[in-house]
Design a protein around this ligand. Sequence first.
Ligand SMILES: [Zn+2]
Length: 143
Amino acid sequence: MGLTELAEVIGADPAVLRDLLPPDVLPVAPPDAAPSTQGHDFSWLAAGDPVEILVGYSSSEVVVAAPDIRWDGHVPVMCVADAETRSLGCGLMQWFSDQVVAMRSQRTATFVACGRCRRSTPPEWMLDDELCQRCADEDGVVF
Ligand SMILES: [Zn+2]
């Protein structure tokens, strides 16, 4: 499971996928609210740290999704903000590449710069509009 397997499913060179996806591609559990077209044999990968994109694949379909991370108490829950599904076949790599660019920009557009450390931070790690949780933590805010 992983990038090599995804490359086999798509019929692409793993090096091409590695260039296309943000670093740190890791297998993850199926996200909540995954598309209804999803079969039970789907494997999921999350790419980026923080996660910028989700990719699901089975023996017949590929899903590219923009993640939306919510909190269940102190536990981050991976959800899907938006997703596109396509059957394996002709033109898949071009479609995949386009979707990765589109879904990544949808996700990174939600990142905000912390008012103090200026670090680009995904919304789930912002305490409010101004302060990231890391800076809030330094202030001794208890979650
Ligand atoms: Zn900060």
